[in-house]
Design a protein. Structure first.
Length: 279
């Protein structure tokens, strides 16, 4: 599933490419992708004729503001992609479910093989009331500045295993399996340490690791794994997977101590770490 860095890359791409463009037509071939709307025509009517004025991100959600009172909300799910094309003559990828064409030319396709992603239109001013998932999002580590003392109190109050807490969208919005492993390695902390057991120095290391890891991942345009399902707006793969320190590197040497990296099971997922460096 795309995490915060991948969605932030997509947000920045969309901001450059579609803001100011007017939507000419919308085609929907997969009703599951717009499942919050009872009928396709409602979704289409809410978009056609409107201009895109801004693109924001809330956790793993894209919020595309229209020139009326509403916004198009996009969640990429497990395998969703937004792909720009210069014209309809460019062959549409398999599993294209929604096509948005602009009056100035060009179009954006929503492609989603596994159909866990979705698009829907909702009132912009009432998004938190209308969309429960957005109402309870935690802090955004790229948007919300915290001092480490406040962050430390937040950690101590939750009393959870660190990996579970980092992936809790009500605590921090946007971090998933990949980046929680990378952040904890950078901070030198085990995935199963309790959040209320950290020293002041460890709190500082963790906070710095969150910010630096996510910023670095955005700089390298996100992570594309072996399935290559994450691609940016232009269909290009991300590059941060080449900089992963521990994720999916079981049996390889730790970049710090050269001990063998290991894998553990956590909530039906794999978690990767160094038993020597992370304490």
């Amino acid at each position: 599933m795309p995490e915060l860095p991948e969605v932030e890359v997509m947000r920045r791409d969309l901001e450059k490419e579609v803001v100011g463009r007017k939507i000419k037509t919308v085609e929907v071939s997969g009703s599951r992708s717009i499942r919050r709307h009872k009928q396709k025509k409602d979704f289409i009517a809410a978009l056609e004729g409107h201009k895109i004025v801004s693109v924001a991100r809330r956790g793993k959600y894209l919020v595309i503001r229209l020139d009326g009172p509403e916004a198009l909300v996009v969640h990429l799910g497990m395998s969703g992609q937004l792909l720009r094309a210069k014209s309809a003559r460019e062959k549409a990828p398999k599993h294209t479910h929604v096509v948005i064409t602009f009056t100035q030319g060009g179009l954006v396709r929503f492609v989603d093989p596994r159909t866990f992603g979705e698009m829907f239109v909702a009132p912009f001013d009432d998004l938190e009331e209308q969309v429960e998932e957005l109402a309870h999002l935690g802090l955004d580590p790229l948007e919300t500045a915290l001092n480490w003392e406040l962050f430390g109190r937040m950690l101590a109050d939750r009393k959870m295993r660190l990996k579970a807490l980092l992936m809790d969208q009500k605590f921090i919005a946007g971090i998933g399996n990949i980046y929680s492993d990378e952040i904890l390695f950078q901070a030198g902390l085990r995935w199963d340490r309790m959040s209320d057991s950290l020293s002041q120095q460890e709190v500082r290391r963790l906070y710095r690791a969150i910010i630096e890891t996510l910023q670095d991942a955005v700089k390298h345009r996100g992570s594309s794994l072996a399935d290559e399902q994450y691609r940016d707006l232009f269909g290009q793969l991300g590059g941060y997977q080449h900089h992963h320190q521990v994720y999916d590197r079981e049996g390889e040497s730790c970049p710090r101590c050269r001990r063998q990296l290991v894998r553990a099971r956590f909530s039906n997922r794999s978690t990767f770490f160094c038993e020597s460096c992370q304490v």
